[in-house]
Design a protein around this ligand. Sequence first.
Ligand SMILES: Nc1nc2c(ncn2[C@@H]2O[C@H](COP(=O)(O)OP(=O)(O)OP(=O)(O)O)[C@@H](O)[C@H]2O)c(=O)[nH]1
Length: 890
Amino acid sequence: MSMLANRNRMVAGTVGLVGIFLLALTLAAAALLWTTRQTALADSEEQEVRFVSGAVAALNRSLLGVDVLLASMDSLLGLSGLVQEWIDEDNASRLIRGVTEQSLIVRYVALVDPNGRVVASSHASGSGLQVNLPDGFLSETMSQPVSTLTISAPVVSFASSERVLYLARYIKMADASKMLAVAQVEIPVLTSIVIQGVDISGLEVTLERADGQLLASVPNQERLLGTRLPPFTGIHQGATQATRMATRLTGAPGIVVTRPVLYQDMLISASIPEAAALDEWRTQRDFIISVSLVFTAMILAAAGFAIWYMQRLQHARLGIAHSKNTLDQALESMVSGFVLLNAEHQLVSWNQRFLEFYPWLASCVQPLLPFEAVLNASAMDQFPQLDEEQRRQWIQRHMTQLLNAQGTHEQALPSGKAIQITVRRTPEGGRVIVYQDVTVLREAMVEIEKLAFYDALTHLPNRRLLMDRLEHATASNARSGRYGALLFLDLDHFKVLNDSLGHDIGDLLLQQVAQRLKTCMRAEDTVARLGGDEFVVMLEDLSSRSVEAAAMARHIGEKILEALNQPYQLAAHKYHSTPSVGVTLFGATALSSADLLKQADIAMYEVKAHGRNDLCFFDPQMQATINARAQLERDLHAALKNNEFELYYQPQYTLQGQVVGAEVLIRWHHPERGMVSPIEFISVAEESELIMHIGQWVLRTACEQLAAWRTQPAASALQLSVNLSARQLQQREIVAQVLSILEETGAPTHLLKLELTESTVLVNVDESIAKMGQLKAQGVHFSVDDFGTGHSSLAYLTQLPLDQLKIDQSFVRNIGLKPTDGVIVQTIIGMARNLGLEVIAEGVETQLQQEFLAEHGCTLYQGYLFCKPVPLTAFTTLLAQTQQPDAITQ
Ligand SMILES: Nc1nc2c(ncn2[C@@H]2O[C@H](COP(=O)(O)OP(=O)(O)OP(=O)(O)O)[C@@H](O)[C@H]2O)c(=O)[nH]1
């Protein structure tokens, strides 16, 4: 609507402008016409004035000549001294002829008496020819008071039949009578004098008297000659200006100039009809009008073209507006967000959907807003915690991503939506960015993946995913040389449940089993459901030793058995279910995933075959080993309960042979197997919680002994060295435990020496140092066992609150055999001294070894050379036999 009004306004404006142009053109043309017309008239006037001046001058000259001729008659003929009768007519005629012939304009001159008789004449017949003067001319001339030239009205010549004028003056004779000297002038001669050869178009020239009597005219107007033209009234006859009036001869409107002649009230008029004066101007006029018309036509054509062009333009604009409207509608109806940036990366266009995705931008977007400002608004809204520099970097990063991006990338919005952003470069260097909500697609993909890789009922990984992970695990374990385990579970008599309580209840059990399995596992383990009541647990990266890995797998298997043996609540039903578990190890040999699964399955059937609700290894030898270890663990539990352990004491000697203390060593009196070596059971105990209990038992027993010795002078100063395993030291409550045992038993703190191996301390150095520091502060002593076998201990040696270094028996054994070990022994001793630590050598078996050690500054010894570990009674006896040093002070 407004566009239409606009168009009408423009058309009206153009028409108005054209009107003004045309008016101006018309006025200019009219002014030019008027001016040229005036100029043409003025030119004619000027021409006339010039002509009339020339004509008057010429006529005056001619008349004066005639006048002089006539006046000269007196002297020529001597008339003033004669009377008429004395005149010799023939002689006079001859004389007159002589002067007449000299005149250019006079044809005939006569001397006429008052009666009109020709006395003498220039004619060949002399006085014989009569002259036909107009009536009254003679008397009028004669009656002049003073002789002046008189001009007659036009008459027809008596001789030539031509129209002529008579010019006359009287001459006084001696007797005062008058004679008339008459000259006849042909009018054509007179007019030729007046015209002077001038050729002016349309020119009318009259010679007339003041009363209007026409004497001669050009062009010749025979019938008007002698008649009276309307006299000039109100016109000053001497005026040089022209007068606009009717021309003298034709009466047409024209320009008239009149001038008086010197003689007898005569004047010359020149008239040019306006039509003739404007003859040339008319050509100019026609030219001006033609040019104006051409201009008008051009202006009209230009205006027409302009209007046509404006209409076209308007049409095009309407088309563009329509297209834009359509485009806007299309953009708004797009399900995708849309943004168009120009080459300067400023906003040019965007749609509502874009603002729906990024609602915080609604208040800031505007045309030509730099896209950096858009990102800034996003950063401010979404990450208010960022400082200015961080925000700048964030914007920079996203800007770079946008400018370099070709193709698509995804963005997760705080609203939870997943937006796929497609950036395309425009030919002008701008960007088209399309934002597509792919949330549903992503969810669907997750769902598809779930369906493909997860079991719908339990949400556990399905067979496919399990096989995939198993593939990776076997490959990686084959590389690392570590072992993993595959546990195949099948619920016992599940069919019965299904058949009795229904499938739905069966499903509930499967779900709860899945739940329990998950809680038994580490995050990195996989629990999968193969289908039916079959589950598989995959344990990765258990150990580099197969026996240890098998033990760990068994532990976890037993944990699963225990967990799945707990009663279930299935809707309203309480239910007890058991699983059968088959286990196989993977790692060393590269078996296919399918084969591994088969092995675990076979092992599981083994369990089924032997009564269900148990665990079985695929490898019979492994099964045997595992069984033995399991038995050992059970026996150890029993040993603790039945007090089957005993402490042996290995005395520690000074150079002088005095016993300063002993290392306590555990011995196990197995009810069936007899004495079992610690080498056999400690490693098994260390794999479970048993080591804690055994360790505690050792510590408590040693402390009880220390407390018991307090009252025995021979033993009250003895220190007991108790080994502390890595697992014990890693226990969070170890410090409290040791202190409470010391307190409960009443053992002197300073007599307890805890022996740690280097590797024990190095498991968690900072924490170990802190714990040792706390115990040290209470007076507990520390010795590093097996010193020298580790590699990185030196770095921490100064940080550990140690009292003693124990040279490992492997070095001692090689004294004298392996020179490098001798050097190591010397180094350890030197180091201990430098640090102000005691140094004790273990495993001293020969005199040579003892001497070497003594020679290099080792003061304490332990080993078979002196005494092997002995029971308490033997140790007490030994004490009694040896001399004891002074009590060790705190
Ligand atoms: N509720 C339920 N039952 C299923 C599903 N898939 C398979 N089963 C049933 O699970 C049972 C599997 O039984 P089996 O493992 O072959 O036999 P069982 O009764 O457990 O006997 P043993 O394994 O020898 O102790 C069959 O009755 C199947 O119909 C399931 O998704 N939901």
